[in-house]
Design a protein around this ligand. Structure first.
Ligand SMILES: [Zn+2]
Length: 115
């Protein structure tokens, strides 16, 4: 069964404000049909699972970055900061175009950074 979900956060519960205007739990006002997205059962679940993985990876990275600072490990710090940025980037874009942009971004950065 398909449901309409918020494009911003993936929630399917909205408060109706006016005709054609709803408020999502995340605080976004949804006025146009393009503000919504059809829940695409399995694909959507995969994205949500990946997001959860990325978020837990990010908290791990943040902890490791702190450790690198303590050890004055500049290489490790740079590497993890870069990974953290990629994670953030993925989270930002995962709803619009999962993985594709991340892959592009990694490719772009591989030329600049060597590790
Ligand atoms: Zn939302």
């Amino acid at each position: 069964m398909k449901k309409l979900i918020c494009k911003n956060c993936g929630n399917s519960e909205f408060y109706v404000l006016n005709v054609g205007e709803t408020l999502c739990k995340c605080g976004k006002r949804l006025t146009k049909l393009t503000d919504y997205q059809w829940e695409n059962s399995q694909k959507w679940k995969d994205i949500q699972r990946r997001r959860a993985e990325i978020i837990s990876k990010m908290s791990l990275l943040k902890r490791e970055i702190d450790e690198c600072l303590d050890r004055r490990d500049e290489e490790g710090f740079k590497k993890r900061t870069f990974e953290l940025k990629l994670c953030e980037h993925f989270l930002d874009n995962s709803l619009q175009s999962p993985q594709v942009r991340l892959r592009e971004r990694i490719k772009q950065n591989q030329d600049k950074l060597s590790f």
